[in-house]
Design a protein around this ligand. Structure first.
Ligand SMILES: [Zn+2]
Length: 561
């Protein structure tokens, strides 16, 4: 396997006739998927998604791919191909279109409808090119063919990209459910046909590469969902991703069968289900879905609520319900069905929510105690089938953390792909396909870009470190009135602390230290306000550390007396 090395430098210009692959996100993390292909001076973007923040990134709404590498070449982009409508594949499109609004968006009907609605909220009207499986269409020098894939959202597409450098197949997110609700299976016959032609580079979804065997069918969840509806005594509150049309279809079918009404709750859920219904992806029996307000007139055992957070994430709404900060007040006898995955890294938060809901009296059904979730991604068994059908010349695992990418690489090698033709890259690592061989060619910037309220890229790693410190160590302000003539304290300083426990005596010991620091500065002729503040900062930091073993954020303010 070829690994990237930390000493990688920016790549040389691409050799003539070569194809360059630049992953700007999704390699080394689950989310913000974005791959840029370069050929003959032109660019093709595949997916442009967001990553949702973890607990260690307080105040961050979403994380974007770093557009630095393409920012100077936006005019060279021929299209953005969107493989499917998940946030981690389309969520950053509004931010890229803000920089150049007329880049054509290419995708299936549902994918484009979802991104169009999202762009409307950002007041952007996109240029869109609708495609379907089997369709072949060129964007600049990139001759693209679209292949049906099955995933946890309908209408997913893999994309085969032909250039003179060779044939590349990018799976997007996919699995191989043989009995999907819409009977639209991953098109292995198309994979086989491409294999006959010769796949020079295969970019493969790695998310479930560590999971042995095969991902079970969506239809296998029906008994557990039915059981919830058969046994629930009062309301049923379902939380799912706002894009999981088939999961929600199963809930609708169960509700209908048990004579319940359904209301959608949450902006993304209401919007997406409206789109899915209008386009025929969601079948809604007449009269089943009602307005949230209409539920008041119904008895509890006739009510089903399907909800999500504002970004479409299922935990957000539930966590607000758990905190009694939601219009839905969970009470004894309610059943909460968590019909979604537990996002890796969020397990603690999820169990906290489950505990709180249980404490309010709810019966919480989740993947830990019932078969109410299957993954949207191909497990190892499915990936091996793909490798054996496609017989790729080169492989580049995508979509996953290092352990997933590495497990996927190992599967490729087991099926006979030469180890030196399996390229393990992380975000920003440039891979060139030249003369049929894929090789690491350098590295470009691919850091996290944080969206924080209205600002994009304003919050940095340093400010997040401050926020974590504020949360863990507290905050201490020292207001010192300094005599401009003598450079000494005009009166004892005021202390203001938050998250740093104190009483009247806490700061008595540090005042002489501050006086000493100022006296020394005066002797050395240091009188500039900023310099004095820095000296006080250092003194108080040392004192807080030695006395209290604490490192609060310290903010000295000097006022001339
Ligand atoms: Zn997906």
């Amino acid at each position: 396997m070829s690994h990237p090395h930390p000493e990688l430098t920016p790549p040389e210009p691409l050799a003539e006739g070569g194809l360059r692959v630049v992953p700007l996100g999704g390699l080394g993390e689950i989310g913000r998927n974005m791959t840029v292909f370069e050929h003959a001076g032109r660019l093709l973007v595949v997916d442009c998604g967001v990553l949702f923040p973890e607990e260690t990134q307080p105040g961050v709404d979403v994380i974007l791919p770093d557009f630095t590498w393409i920012r100077g070449r936006l005019d060279a982009i021929d299209a953005i191909v969107l493989t499917h409508g998940h946030e981690d594949h389309i969520g950053a499109v509004p931010y890229l279109l803000r920089e150049r609004p007329d880049i054509p968006l290419v995708g299936s009907r549902l994918t484009l409808a979802l991104i169009e609605a999202k762009l409307k909220e950002h007041r952007i009207t996109p240029t869109m090119v609708e495609v379907a499986e089997g369709r072949r269409l060129a964007f600049g020098p990139f001759d693209c063919e679209f292949v049906a894939v099955n995933h946890s959202i309908p209408d997913g597409l893999a994309v085969a990209i032909r250039t003179v450098a060779g044939l590349v197949l990018h799976t997007g997110d996919f699995k191989m459910d043989q009995f999907p609700l819409d009977q639209r299976i991953t098109d292995l016959r198309a994979f086989a046909r491409l294999s006959q032609e010769g796949v020079d580079l295969f970019l493969v979804d790695s998310t479930n590469a560590e999971v042995p065997g095969f991902t079970t069918s969506e239809q296998d969840l029906a008994p557990a969902i039915q059981e919830v509806f058969r046994t629930a005594g009062r309301r049923i509150i379902v939380s799912s991703f706002a894009s999981h049309v088939h999961r929600i279809q199963q809930v609708l079918d169960a509700a209908h069968a048990h004579g319940r009404k359904v209301a959608f709750v949450g902006r993304s859920m209401v919007r997406n289900m409206g789109i899915a219904r209008d386009l025929g992806y969601l079948r809604v029996p007449e009269g089943l879905v009602v307005d949230f307000k209409a539920l008041e007139a119904l008895p509890d055992d006739k009510i089903t609520l399907i909800c999500t957070g504002s970004q479409g994430e299922p935990l957000a709404a539930l966590s607000r319900m758990a905190n009694r900060d939601h219009v839905i007040r969970i009470g004894p006898g309610d059943t909460v069905l968590l019909a979604s995955s537990l996002i890796p890294g969020n397990e603690n938060a999820i169990y906290r929510v489950i505990n709180a809901l249980t404490r309010w009296g709810a019966n919480v059904v989740h993947k830990g105690n019932a078969k109410v979730h299957v993954s949207g991604h191909a497990s190892a068994g499915e990936l091996v089938y793909c490798y054996n059908i496609i017989r790729p010349a080169n492989v580049m695992p995508v979509h996953g953390e290092w352990r997933h990418l590495s497990a996927n690489a190992a599967l490729a090698i087991r099926t006979g792909v030469p180890a030196d033709r399996v390229v393990l890259a992380e975000d920003g690592v440039v891979v060139d396909l030249i003369d049929g061989a894929a090789r690491i060619a350098g590295k470009v910037p691919a850091g996290y870009v944080y969206v924080d309220g209205q600002t994009v890229g304003g919050a940095t790693e340093a400010s997040l470190k401050d926020r974590r410190r504020l949360a863990e160590e507290g905050f201490l302000t020292i207001i010192a009135l300094v005599d401009a003539d003598t450079g000494r304290l005009a009166e004892p300083p005021d202390f203001l602390a938050r998250g740093f426990e104190y009483d009247e005596s806490t700061f008595t010991a540090v005042i002489p230290l501050i006086e000493k620091t100022l006296a020394k500065a005066a002797r050395e002729g240091i009188g500039e306000q900023h310099q004095l503040e820095q000296l006080i900062h250092r003194t108080v930091t040392r004192w807080a550390h030695t006395t209290y073993r604490r490192s609060p954020i310290i903010l000295p303010i000097i006022i001339d007396a």
